[in-house]
Design a protein. Sequence first.
Length: 84
Amino acid sequence: FGNVRRYGMVSPTVFWPIPRVYSGLVRIDRHETSEWPTDPEFCEKVFELIDVAFAQRRKTSRNAFAEWAGSGNESASRLLAASI
């Protein structure tokens, strides 16, 4: 859907309660034409993953996807395979 790059970091001190991690900002520059399928079924799967990723506050991506992927280790493997 687009090119993603790290855009900055956010200090834990700007949140309350203060988390024990730094947060990252990303920038997504959308492609003018999609390299991916745009059919409703594919888009539904993509947005299901997005919902899983952001469903719970203060979770790492590995832990957020653990149930979806079957385990934390499988989640980590899939994230690494996707260069995330």
